[in-house]
Design a protein around this ligand. Structure first.
Ligand SMILES: [Zn+2]
Length: 303
């Protein structure tokens, strides 16, 4: 019999914390995403603090969701704004280039891999959306596998760099995926993981859901939550338990509009983005890395 926390939400009683295996979490937040027809509880593990959605979205459901999206020029204009996120790491990645192999898990329409390709990397990518795979092929000439990550497909120590840009939070089992990824990265290679920051998104969700009528009128989703909500501390612990070390957590650069790019240096949006990024980085610096308040965080770590 399913446990229930409200009349219309049925929880999966078998759900366990993916990080520490504990059950019986608390449910501080009821979550409703009416755009994607997802309702559930946000569980908080009483042992390690990992927050996860119950019931979780299955990978097959995500594939249906992404396949319903068409990745044309208009839809991809927004995603292309992530270029300023990627740019921050492309130079840094050069120090890990040894076998010249990079894998982007959940690569979408291929903007990151295209940037890697233009720097001479041998690129591998995985993506659930067939439409995104076609876009990456037609636009960038990238050959992307249209499937979920399966660690058994890859040999040990295959890649210099593996990236997951806003993917880890949507997986069913992030820890077992990271264990496989650890195995296929070469010793001394790097993992880069960007996720929404729970320290920003959960308070924002609680605040904005009360304004839901206004948000709906303007077709704004109060928050998009994957299966997992990571704070910097919990993300860092998860990565460490898998075996990675030298873990650094960055406040991610902002991306909220398709017009936001670093060439637009005089724009008001860019000015606002740089101001918010400076404040976020200042808070992290004065708290000696204890607090990250930006909407997304990026972990960089080594095998
Ligand atoms: Zn836990």
């Amino acid at each position: 019999m399913s446990k229930s926390i409200s009349t219309d939400i049925r929880l999966d009683p078998q759900a366990l914390c993916d990080l520490c295996g504990a059950g019986d979490p608390s449910y501080p937040i009821i979550y409703k995403d009416q755009y994607r027809n997802i309702t559930g509880g946000i569980a908080r593990c009483s042992r390690c603090g990992l927050m996860y959605r119950n019931p979780a979205s299955r990978t097959a459901h995500l594939a249906d969701l992404y396949n319903a999206q068409q990745y044309d020029e208009s839809a991809c204009a927004w995603i292309s704004a992530r270029k300023r996120v990627f740019d921050r790491y492309l130079d840094e990645m050069e120090q890990w280039r040894k076998n010249n192999q990079v894998l982007d898990v959940g690569c979408g329409p291929g903007f990151f891999l295209d940037a890697c390709k233009s720097r001479g990397w041998q690129c591998s990518g995985l993506e659930l959306s067939a439409s995104a795979v076609r876009y990456a092929r037609d636009k960038f000439g990238l050959i992307i596998e249209n499937e979920a990550f399966n660690g058994r497909k890859y040999n040990d120590n295959s890649f210099d760099v593996v990236t997951l840009w806003n993917v880890l939070d949507h997986l069913e089992h992030p820890r077992s995926t990271l264990i496989d990824i650890y195995r296929i990265i070469r010793p001394g290679g790097c993992l880069i993981v960007r996720v929404p920051n729970a320290s920003f998104h959960l308070p924002a969700y609680i605040f904005f859901r009360n304004l839901y009528f206004i948000m709906r009128q303007n077709k704004i989703n109060p928050a998009q939550m994957g299966n997992f909500s990571f704070t910097a501390g919990v993300l860092s612990r998860l990565i460490k338990t898998v075996g990675f070390n030298d873990i650094r957590i960055d406040n991610s650069r902002l991306v909220w509009t398709r017009t936001l790019n670093d060439e637009d240096t005089g724009g008001l949006r860019m000015l606002f983005a740089r101001l918010v990024e400076s404040i976020s980085n200042g808070i992290t610096m004065v708290t000696l890395g204890q607090y990250h308040v930006s909407p997304s965080i990026t972990a960089v770590c080594l095998k």
